[in-house]
Design a protein around this ligand. Sequence first.
Ligand SMILES: Cc1cc2nc3c(=O)[nH]c(=O)nc-3n(C[C@H](O)[C@H](O)[C@H](O)COP(=O)(O)O)c2cc1C
Length: 495
Amino acid sequence: MPGLAASLHSPERTKLGGYDFYREVLGSPKYVVAPMVDQSELAWRKLSRKYGAQLVYTPMINAKMFAQDMRRQYREQAFNTTFGEEGGPEDRPLIVQFCANDPEQLLVSARAVEGYCDAVDVNLGCPQDIARRGHYGSFLQDEWDLIYNLINTLHRNLNVPVTAKFRVFSTVEKTVEYAKMLERAGAQILTCHGRTREQRGHKSGLADWEKIRAVKEAVSVPVFANGNILFHSDIERCLKATGADAVMSAEGNLYNPAIFCAADPFVSTSGPASSSSSPSSGPTSGSDAVSLLSEYLTGMHPRCTQLAREYLAIVKSQRTPTAPSAVKGHLFKLLRPALGKEKDLREQLGRARIDKNDDSVALTRYGEIVDELNKRMERDEIATEGKDPGSLVVTDGPTGLPVLPHWLVQPYFRPLPPADSDATKGKASVENAAAREPVSAMAEVAPGTPSSDVATLSGKRSVTERAPDPEEDGRRDQGKRVKLETVEGLALQSE
Ligand SMILES: Cc1cc2nc3c(=O)[nH]c(=O)nc-3n(C[C@H](O)[C@H](O)[C@H](O)COP(=O)(O)O)c2cc1C
C-alpha cells in the first residue's frame, strides 16, 4: 500500500484524547447506543437520538472488505455517504466501528470514514463463529501485540481518536491488564462488555459489573459499561455499581428505543393511559404493582406502534436506503408483545416479501401491517380507560420482572442458564456490583436474534434460550440475506 509505511512514522497529530475528547467533542454522553450489525443503521440511530441517545455507534464494518475498492457495493451498504446523511450533521456524535486483523487495512478503511465520524472503534468483542473464522473480534483476545498494533496504528495516523470495545476475561486481573494495554496502545475510550468470550448464545448469562468497575478504576480514559441493561432504572444502577462514565445498550435499546428517557411521573409509563393485558403469570396485586412500577418503570415505554410508525417515517424520509431486513428486524422487536396477541399480523409481517430490486414494496407492506396493528392496540387501550396503570402491570413468573400491557414497548427477557453453568459464574459478583439490587441482563447475539437474560428481585434465575420465538419468520428472511452476502463475500455478521 503506497505511502502507508511512511505515514505510519509521521509525527502524531494533535487531536483531543480521553476526557477532553469525551467532553468537548462528544458532549459527555451518558447514554450510548451499541454497535449492532444490521440494527444500528442510520434510521435507527435517528430514532434513538430522538429518544435520548447521546452517542451512537454504527454496525460493525469489516475493514478488509471496506478497504477494497472493488467492494463498492459493500461500502455503500456499510456506510453510505452519497447523500450526506450518514455521518452528516443529524448523525452525530457518531463512532464508526470496524473489525480487523490487519493494521494497514484497518487504517485504509478508517481513513475513508474519518471525515464523517467523531472516532473509530475497534471491535474486540465479537464471539461468533464467523469471527473465529475471520480471525477478528474476541478471537484476537490472546494476540495482544496484534491488538496493540491495530489500535496504535489508528492512534498515530488518524485525525480522529480510536476507541475499543472488548469483552472481559475470566479473571479481574487479566481483564484489567488487558484494558491497560488497550489504553497504552492509544484507545481514548474503552467500552467494557462484562461478559467473557465464552458467554454467548444460550450461555450468555449475566455481565459482570465488578470487572467493569475494576477496569474503570485502573485506566484514565473514559469507560463505557455494557451489559445487563433491560429497564431505564438499570442505567443508574449500572453507573453507580461500575463508576463508568456512560452506559451502552444494545438489546435494551432495540426493544425500547426510549430506554434512555425518564418517564413523566405524572403520566403513566406510556404517556397515554394503560389498560389490562392478559397476564402471563396472573395480575399483580395493587401493592406489588406499585413497588414494581417504582422499582423498574422509571423510564418511558411508548406505544409500540407509535414508535414503529416513527421509525418507518424516518426510513421513508431518507435518501439513504435502509436494508428491508433491518427494518423487519426492528419491527419484530418493537412490536413483539403486540404481535404476540395479534398472531395473524405477526404471520403477515413474517411473510412480507423483500423485493431486492424495490425496497418500497416491503416498506409499504410493513406500513399497512403496522397501521392495522395500531388500530387494534388503540382498541385495547381504550377498552381499559380509567384503570389504575399500576394494576395493569403483571409479574413474569420465572424472573419476577414486570410485564407491561402488550401495546407498550418493553424488554424481552428470557431465563438465565442454570446456576452452575459457565454463563452464571459471574452471577455473585453481579449481585454484589448491583448492591443487591435487581439486575437485568441481555445476551450478545447475532443480528435479529432477540435474547435477554434476567436476574431478578427475588434472586430467581432462569435460562436463556434462543428459539423458538415469534421473530422466527423475520429472522429467516434476515438469515437469507446474511447467507447471500456471505456467498458474495459480503458477510455483515455481528456478535
Ligand atoms: C443485533 C445485535 C447486533 C450486534 N452487533 C454488534 C456489532 O456490530 N459490534 C459489536 O461490537 N457488538 C455487537 N453486538 C453486541 C452489543 O453491542 C452488546 O455488546 C451486547 O449485545 C451486550 O449488550 P446488551 O446487554 O445491551 O445487549 C450486537 C448485539 C446485537 C443484539
